[in-house]
Design a protein. Sequence first.
Length: 487
Amino acid sequence: MNPQAPQGTFMGHPKGLFLLFTTELWERFSYYAMRAILVLYLVGQVHSQGGHGLGWTQAEALKLYGIFTGLVYLTPLIGGWLADNYLGQRKAIIIGGALMAAGQFLLGTPHAWVPGMETEVFYLGLAVLIAGNGLFKPNISTMVGDLYEDGDHRRDGAFTIFYMGINVGAFLSGIVVGSVVAAYDGNYQMGFVCAGIGMVASLIIQFLFAQKYLGDIGRVPAAKLSQAANQNVTKEPLTQVERDRIKVIMVMGLFTIIFWAGFEQAGGLMNLFTNEFTDRMIGGFEVPTTWFQSLNAMFIVIFAPVIASVWVRLGDREPNSPVKFAMGLVLLAVGFLFMIGAVLEMNGDPTSKSSMWWLVGAYFFHTMGELCLSPIGLSMVTKLAPLRIASLMMGAWFLFVAAANYIGGFVGSLIGHGGSQEEQLANAMGIFAGIAITATVSGVLLYFMADKLVDWMHGAEDAHHGDEDKVLQEEIAVTGEHEGVQR
């Protein structure tokens, strides 16, 4: 923990955690509000036909969705490097947040204001949003880890709490943006404006409370902190233990790609499936498509404390990180079995519509998988990454998610370019089944690799406050030098 950080606690955690929780809540509200309507806006009728969309085909929209979400997770690699070496995390978050707000408002620019330039303004908004996200995303996650000393077992719980903040924002986004769009007669651009307001709220919270609850955390670039702490380091840049730990991050990242490529069908293919092929009527009320985007977040808010409690109660029998990842992949596969059930219920007839409860089941199991994988992955990176490249490694972690999103968009686009709905249903069945099989095989493979990966962690999974000497001795035994220790 940074010695200049305030030491007060709330619910057993540093108060700064709850500031970061709230900041991320509103940033994620902004992002997921936009994500919930992006594909729907792209395929909506153009303004000249009485609509508020851009009139793209489903396949074109899903490919753009994959490219956009991929870049959203690619640019944190650059943003993490800039924060580590020049800006510091706090400044990067402020600059990134301001750019993201500007991007959302550009997306919300009415077509009547830029006749003939609608697509260009849309692309400009996406570009500014992507750049801002690159500065914001890796650095706020790194700051959560910086609140805790090495070996502090509260860290996994802290990331689970932080993850609840993400998903409170995500839950509110689908409900609020869907209601705003409906109130403005299907005008998706008002939804983008709503998302921009959420981003402004995130910035205001940081400006008002960061110094009080975070102290000097995130002010000084991590590379400078590391240099000050290791003034006599003249040996190789990375020790053998550090290289082994980075190998774990890389291997786990490959399995992360498989998980998120399937999971991100939620905002793409599953979103369109909900809109086109799902019976959304309850009594005389038609549930807005965007509301289903809030199911995942709602389940996380409800079950994240339960899962965190289970890990604590298991004590020494708690699964290690690779095994938790394997469980997440298998649960993802179970969720897609529900989507297969939805297609089978329709029996090839797109007019029959499937029950919305298939979607509820799919989102539930996808959420259980996410809770086994995503917060654990963030915590794992902060435990394994060398201090001087902490934000860079967090950015590298999001690079895997970037690849997953691009692949997920490509896979979703296989539903077809404007073919018949019968053909689209058949293609959807193949996509859902393919993801389920791939996730299952990957989960089994990772389970059998778990012990070797834990060995490469060199004690990072089970270090306690009193165990630093043991880890240090292992470092010296592997490298033959004391000066190289970075953590």
